[in-house]
Design a binder for this molecule. Structure first.
Ligand SMILES: *Cc1c(COP(=O)(O)O)cnc(C)c1O
Length: 368
């Protein structure tokens, strides 16, 4: 009989499925790497900001030394930007790290974590990783049903994950609803508000979640440099919460979880307002480009507040995989979301106008 290594809750984990790398698709389908368009991982189509490249070059000279374990300068920059004390900030190796650390810091085996159906896959992984029980609340119109989530909090619950905007559906919860939810949540239950796409929100949708942190000692806001800031490969994210939660996060996190180049690049990117503005403009235009094409093709999509769109490519449960394969053969990488329980849909990241046009042509052909 084979030996079963590890605890049962670890063996039950289905590993995260990432977007296919360009080199892998080129090898598999015999394509030229340069001709491949990747719209699969909600990355910034402009790549790395020049300001961050320069900061990384400078930091490279000192890479023989360990990074600053406390991320003093990056935390100081973030503290100034968000008007919070530096000791309310936790840095993460991507915000993925923040989500994992939060699960380890606030939840023990047998306790429960609440999150929404069709919300970010890492919530399930973080829950399973600590052997907690997942309370998955059915989505409403592909988004979070906060009233149902509040009602689902039971005596064992210690953590709630909320993604706003949500990935992979792109849905958005207005500020008033989140505040009403925060008022209902018991004081000992931590709410992690994951705002990976915050920078793409139009001015009229923006709200001051970092200001709520002052009011709610059980609230943690999570942000990332991977999407709007164009630093996905470097892995930098951060959380803002009052000192008691932040101190617990600090006990769990690896001492050197954010490397020197990443810290330097994040400081530069944080100050690069032009790069953010350029990304926001491109995203708004690309969203129109996509949705007009989907309308013309008669495809249903979920209105998105992020830098991607969830679009329904057929009525049968093979549709997502089939159309995905047809796109791959044409050198276009998108994200099938069958693992999210959405086998008829694809999630497509908004790229540069030229890349979006290639996707639209390839999708039109794949559906013909
Ligand atoms: C992309 C994403 C993240 C994490 O990205 P990192 O690269 O780990 O910072 C977190 N939450 C959501 C909802 C995301 O889509």
């Amino acid at each position: 009989m084979p030996t079963n290594f590890g605890p049962e809750h670890v063996r039950a984990i289905a590993p995260y499925q990432s977007g296919k790398p360009i080199a892998e698709v080129a090898r598999e389908f015999g394509l030229d790497e340069a001709a491949i368009v990747k719209l699969a991982s909600n990355e910034n189509p402009f790549g790395v900001p020049e300001s961050a490249k320069l900061a990384m070059l400078a930091a490279a000279a000192d890479i023989g030394r360990y990074p600053d374990a406390n991320g003093f300068e990056l935390k100081a920059a973030l503290a100034a930007r968000y008007a919070v004390p530096a000791d309310w900030i936790t840095l993460g190796n991507g915000s993925n790290d923040i989500l994992e650390i939060a699960a380890h810091a606030f939840v023990q085996q047998g306790q429960a974590i609440v999150y929404a159906q069709y919300s970010f896959a890492v919530y399930a992984l973080a829950t399973q990783g600590v052997g907690a029980r997942a309370i998955v609340v059915p989505a409403k119109d592909y988004g979070h049903d906060l009233a149902a989530m509040a009602a689902a909090i039971d005596a064992d619950t210690r953590l709630v994950f909320i993604a706003n905007p949500n990935n992979p559906t792109g849905t958005f919860i207005p500020a008033a609803q989140i505040e009403a939810f925060l008022k209902q949540v018991p004081a000992h239950v931590v709410v992690v508000l994951d705002e990976a796409y915050n920078e793409f929100l139009a001015p009229e949708q923006q709200y001051e979640s970092t200001a709520w942190v002052k009011q709610y000692p059980n609230l943690m806001v999570s942000r990332t440099f991977s999407k709007a800031y164009g630093l996905a490969g470097l892995r930098v994210g951060f959380a803002i919460a009052q000192a008691p939660l932040t101190e617990l996060m600090n006990r769990i996190r690896q001492p050197f979880n954010v490397n020197s180049m990443a810290q330097a690049a994040a400081i530069a990117a944080l100050g690069d307002a032009d790069f953010l503005a350029q990304g926001a403009r491109n995203n708004a235009a690309g969203y129109l480009q996509f949705t007009q094409a989907f309308d013309a093709l008669g495809l249903e999509y979920v209105p998105s507040y992020g830098n991607f769109v969830l679009v329904k490519v057929g009525d049968d449960d093979g549709a997502g995989a089939r159309v995905n394969l047809a796109l791959l053969k044409q050198g276009v990488i998108v994200r099938p979301v069958g693992n999210y329980g959405l086998p008829q849909w694809l999630r497509i990241s908004i790229g540069l106008p030229r890349e979006n046009a290639i996707l639209i042509a390839a999708l039109t052909k794949a559906l013909a």
